[in-house]
Design a protein. Structure first.
Length: 85
């Protein structure tokens, strides 16, 4: 008699728990990691984070926004944004 089905269900349950654990860790990191950017342009600017899809609105020169660390690399490529923290 074959126990293949039981092995498969045990394997898929283990894989699901690993995925959930990784997902929870990523969310915890995301909530804790923000980096501040200052807008040095002349008018207003809206930037959409390349990883999270979050819209960051800089309403005037000198305006600062806390940017998710996942989006920070993309923000550093914008010439009128300066990392301040």
């Amino acid at each position: 008699m074959c126990n293949c089905g039981k092995k498969r269900s045990g394997y898929s349950q283990n894989q699901a728990s690993k995925i959930n654990t990784v997902g929870k860790a990523a969310v915890g990191e995301e909530a804790a990691g923000y980096i501040s950017f200052e807008y040095t342009g002349k008018s207003a600017l809206t930037v959409i984070g390349n990883v999270t899809g979050t819209k960051y609105r800089f309403t005037s020169p000198g305006n600062t926004q806390n940017v998710n660390h996942l989006d920070a690399a993309g923000m550093m490529a914008v010439p009128v944004l300066k990392k301040i923290r």
